[in-house]
Design a protein around this ligand. Structure first.
Ligand code: SAH
Length: 267
C-alpha cells in the first residue's frame, strides 16, 4: 500500500482564502512539499510534526527541476505517507499540477486535487476589479507571460485584441515589454487600462493602474509575484464601489483561528 498525494491549492497568500479542505489537510499532513509562492502565514496552519520539503523554484535558477520534484513525491508516497503538495493559488492554473498528477497516477499513486483561489480572482477581488462586467467584459483569459525554455512567447496575439475580453497575465514581469508591444501591434489600443498587482491579498499588496503603453516603464518597480490585468474593467478600479470596498475592510477579523475541533481523520 502506497501513501496518497494531495495536490492542494494554497490560494493567493491570505490564509483566510484557504478552502476548508486545504486547512484540514494541512493539519493532518505527514509531509508537506511546498512551493516558493506559499506564504508563511499559510504554513502556520500546518501540522507542526509534519516533515517539510521546500522545493521552491526561483525564476532563472535551476533549483529544483520538475523531474526531481516528481521523484521526491513518488519516493514519499511509496513510503506510505499522507503527502500534501502545497502550491500557490490553484494547482491546475500555471501550477504544473497536471504534470505531477499524470506522473503520480502513471506510477500507481493515489492523488486528490484540492482547488485553490487562483491569483487572478484573488488579486482582482482584493483590489476591486471585476474581471467580467456586464456591458464591459464578456470574457476573461488567463495567460502565461513565461513559456518553457527560451522559445519566446508563442501566443496567438490576434485572439487577444477583443476589447470585451479581459486579459490576465501571470509571470509577466520579465516579458512585459514584449507582451505590450505585441498587443499594441496587433490592435489593442495603447491607452487600454492596465493594473499591476503585486502580492495580492498579502500584507505587502500594492497596485498601480496605468495605460497599456505605460506598463513596461512601471514593471521594474514591481517584483514577483505580480499579476498584469489588461482591459476596460480596470477602469472600474477607481469607481465608488472600489472606495466602499476599501472602507469596509476585511469581512472576517484577521485574528481568525481554524476550528478548535480539527478532525483527526479524513473523509
Ligand atoms: N498556481 C498559481 C500561479 C502560479 S504562476 C495560481 O493559481 O495563482 C506564478 C505567478 O502567479 C506569479 O508570477 C504571479 O504572476 C502570479 N501570482 C501568484 N500569486 C500572486 C499574488 N499573491 N499576487 C500577484 N500575483 C500573483
Amino acid at each position: 500500500m502506497s501513501g496518497k498525494v494531495y495536490l492542494v491549492g494554497a490560494g493567493p497568500g491570505d490564509p483566510e482564502l484557504l478552502t476548508l479542505r486545504a486547512l484540514k489537510l494541512l493539519g493532518l499532513a505527514d509531509t508537506i512539499v511546498c512551493d516558493r509562492l506559499v506564504g508563511p502565514s499559510v504554513l502556520q496552519y500546518a501540522n507542526p510534526q509534519a516533515q517539510f520539503h521546500d522545493v521552491g523554484k526561483i525564476p532563472g535558477c535551476r533549483q529544483h527541476q520538475q523531474d526531481e520534484i516528481n521523484q521526491l513525491l513518488l519516493t514519499l508516497a511509496r513510503s506510505r505517507q499522507r503527502i500534501v503538495r502545497l502550491k500557490g493559488g490553484d494547482p491546475f492554473i500555471f501550477g504544473r499540477g497536471g504534470e505531477e498528477l499524470l506522473f503520480l497516477v502513471q506510477h500507481g499513486i493515489e492523488v486528490e486535487v484540492v482547488p485553490g483561489i487562483t491569483a487572478a480572482t484573488g488579486c482582482a477581488a482584493a483590489v476591486g476589479i471585476p474581471l467580467t462586467h456586464r456591458g464591459v467584459a464578456a470574457s476573461v483569459r488567463f495567460i502565461t507571460g513565461h513559456l518553457r525554455d527560451s522559445d519566446g512567447l508563442e501566443l496567438d496575439w490576434r485572439s487577444l485584441v477583443d476589447p470585451t475580453c479581459t486579459l490576465v497575465f501571470y509571470m509577466a514581469v520579465s516579458n512585459a515589454a514584449t507582451i505590450v508591444e505585441a498587443l499594441i501591434a496587433h490592435g489593442r489600443p495603447a491607452d487600454t487600462p492596465a493594473a499591476l498587482i503585486h502580492a495580492g491579498t498579502m500584507a505587502e499588496q500594492d497596485c498601480a493602474v496605468v495605460t497599456l503603453q505605460e506598463v513596461p516603464g512601471m514593471i521594474d518597480v514591481f517584483a514577483p509575484p505580480t499579476l498584469l490585468v489588461i482591459g476596460e474593467v480596470v477602469r472600474l478600479y477607481s469607481s465608488p464601489a472600489k472606495r466602499a470596498l476599501e472602507q469596509a475592510g476585511p469581512t472576517v477579523p484577521h485574528s481568525f483561528n481554524p476550528p478548535l475541533s480539527c478532525p483527526t481523520e479524513l473523509a
